[in-house]
Design a protein around this ligand. Structure first.
Ligand code: GDP
Ligand code: IMO
Ligand code: MG
Length: 422
């Protein structure tokens, strides 16, 4: 299982693509088109919102699990985009996955408008779709291939949504017939991919296959354990991997926490180590920290080990993959947050109450920096060839978290990766 340990965009896509070689099956288990995973292969950039990051290996089975909310229009665009490049996706989609409908996207924007404090959502309909799923009013992938059921559901749902739109001052008029026609068409195009994926994943386990679960977002965006309400609407943590794919927790052998060597966040909500100065801008520019999904500039700051250690506790990471450490090259001094100061008290456990978090002041450990180098070349000689100061920085992460680092990533490409476990 590969999970984000911060606020998303840690480089999960790259790490998933890297481990796909050793896997037989890759499963996305939560989130939707709010995710943006960029993979670079031989200098070519691929951006995925819904497709699992293993999709570039067509010999491996990629699965969109039941916990994902699927926007069929965007999924079809991603599939067609790959087909144009000559890649035939080897894909299955859970028949149980909920579908993002036009009214979810409208409501996502409408709710943001009336909120006193905005969440800064991606406006992809994620929250409203998960809300409908939990209140049992959702449409599932299997419904898209059954005209009678889909019509019955839309006849019930759309008049209600229309009333809610009016209450929100939304002028859009939804036509049941047009929506039915459009979504049946998506069902026709996607029908060949729709399957009982929990059964297929479990059969893979029975046959001794390696299954890779790919998380989206990060621990601090988890709806239960993140900085609520400034989170997404799904369980992004290890437990979500089981519910979102239909497997037993006993099947999970390794849980890799992806840790970006600094912190970024898109959208609103507290971020104790945020740098609103020249250094923050330098990291943003050097790390190209602009959202893959919305293009928004990502908020940047120092690495926060209170955040990472909390993620280790919640997820039980068996190893860490530290990414984008190359981006910190050239900075004279670096800082890592080791604790928070709150009302003259030192805390090392991440607080649940964001009113406390908002008042937390980071306590930093300072590090000497290292020069920019040709990392592509250095990676070939392995971990020992890294600059001493970079190794000190990395070793602090594993000693603070008490979790070994298995991967160090020094660039977006597959080859710019050091695997300490060989
Ligand atoms: P994800 O959402 O966790 O999959 O991460 P994103 O793809 O949104 O953001 C990570 C960005 O950093 C992508 O553009 C990657 O190509 C890039 N990236 C990943 N690992 C590294 C790395 O080690 N160094 C650098 N410089 N870029 C990286
Ligand atoms: P990946 O998988 C970073 C953030 C949004 C917003 C909050 C709620 O690329 O790491 P939503 O649309 O989910 O209701 O928005 O969550 N967010 C992400 N931030 N990376 C992501 O995914 C994100 N997905 C959602 O910016 O603050
Ligand atoms: Mg991303």
């Amino acid at each position: 299982m590969i999970l984000g340990s911060q606020w998303g965009d840690e480089g999960k896509g790259k790490i998933t693509d890297y481990f796909t070689e050793k896997s037989d099956m890759i499963v996305r288990f939560q989130g939707g088109t709010n995710a943006g995973h960029t993979i670079v292969v031989k200098n070519e950039k691929f951006k995925f919102h819904l497709l699992p990051s293993g999709i570039l290996h067509p010999e491996k089975k990629s699965i969109i699990g039941n916990g994902v909310v699927v926007d069929p229009k965007i999924l079809i665009q991603e599939i067609e985009g790959l087909e144009k490049k000559g890649i035939q996706p080897n894909l299955l989609i859970s028949e149980r996955a909920n579908v993002i409908m036009p009214y979810h996207k409208i409501m996502d924007s409408a709710e943001e408008k009336i909120r006193g404090k905005k969440i800064g959502t991606t406006k992809r309909g994620i929250g409203p779709c998960y809300s409908d799923k939990i209140s049992r009013g959702g449409i599932r992938m299997m419904d898209l291939t059954d005209e009678k059921i889909l019509k019955e559901k839309l006849d019930n749902i759309i008049p209600v949504k229309q009333k809610i739109f009016q209450a929100f001052g939304e002028e859009t008029i939804l036509s049941t017939n047009e929506t039915l026609k459009e979504y049946l068409e998506y069902g026709k195009k996607l029908g060949k991919y729709i399957a009982d994926t929990s059964l297929i994943i479990n059969q893979a386990f029975d046959n001794g296959k390696n299954v890779l679960l790919e998380g989206a977002q990060g621990t601090q965006l988890d709806v239960d354990h993140g900085t609520y309400p400034y989170t997404t609407s799904s369980n992004t943590i290890a437990g979500g991997g089981c519910t979102g794919s239909g497997i037993s927790p006993l099947k999970i052998k390794n849980i890799i926490g992806v840790v970006k060597a600094y912190t970024t966040r898109v959208g609103e909500g507290p971020m104790p180590t945020e740098l609103e100065d020249k250094t923050g801008k330098q990291i943003r520019d050097k790390g190209s920290e602009y959202g893959t999904t919305t293009g928004r500039p990502r908020r940047c700051g120092w690495l926060d080990m209170v955040v990472v250690n909390y993620a280790c506790r919640i997820n039980g990471f068996t190893s860490l993959a530290v990414t984008k450490i190359d981006v910190l090259s050239g900075l004279e001094k670096l800082k890592i947050c080791k604790a928070y100061k709150y009302n003259n008290e030192i805390i090392t456990n991440f607080p649940a109450d964001i009113r406390i978090l908002e008042k937390c002041v980071p306590v930093y450990e300072e590090f000497d920096g290292w020069e920019e180098k040709n990392w592509k070349e250095i990676v070939k000689s392995g971990y020992d060839a890294l600059p001493e100061n970079m190794k000190k920085y990395l070793e602090y992460i594993s000693s603070s978290s008490k979790v070994p680092t298995g991967i160090v990533s020094l660039g977006p490409g597959r080859e710019e990766t050091i695997n300490l476990k060989g």
